[in-house]
Write a protein that binds this ligand. Sequence first.
Ligand code: PEP
Length: 258
Amino acid sequence: MPSPRTPLVAGNWKMNTTVPEGMEKAHELVAGARPADVEVAVLPPFTHLWPLCGILHAGGILLGAQDVFWEDAGAYTGEVSPLALAGWCDYVLVGHSERRHLLGETDEQVHRKLVRSLAHELRVIVAVGETLDEREAGATLDVVHRQLDVAFGGVDVGALSRCVVAYEPVWAIGTGRTASPQQAEEVCGAIRLRLETLFTPAVARATRILYGGSVTADNAAELFAQRDIDGGLVGGVSLKPVEFLQVVAAAAATGVGS
Ligand code: PEP
């Protein structure tokens, strides 16, 4: 396990690449130079998880699923169980805004996915973030607090070492409009305070909080240098191995730590 707040850069490939293309990118990633003090994870489509597992793990890169269901088995056509991922897939992502806003996923469903994944010892990235309308209405922290409160309600404090929070303002995802380092830090700092209220100050200090939303090789270093930002959840750029590895390099030695 990484020490508390080892920087993490996770690449969310979304619904992109065929399996052979994904394998090629995975080989490129493991062949590239990476700092030893940054944890790297790749979240390809479900179809790619098993074919990429050996390639990525052999190269020291972790594997993550972009979503998961809240039951272990049953009549849930098209869903993927946390039980089926446990033991070989390292991370699952829950609450991505594309699932919340395009597919109507609720805070309660995000909570159930988190709980079931933790029960199977998976590490979970919980994504939260406000829409542009919510930001302009001054509701950013209300929204983020609500998403955190519901997602983490009743979660055992001992499981927090396997949780990561990703702050992803919806207006910054895939738009090329990145939050400024100050805007990102303001919300990530508020997330840490909320974790303190929900759990304990020590747990809040030890939990990794990522920023996501149009992260590039050009803006990553300044974002990751913020006190409460421990790396990034990267979409578009994660499909470009060379630039993604530059983002990973930017997360090295950014001074995080509990
Ligand atoms: C994402 O999908 O989580 C994301 C942050 O995308 P992008 O980096 O393309 O904005």
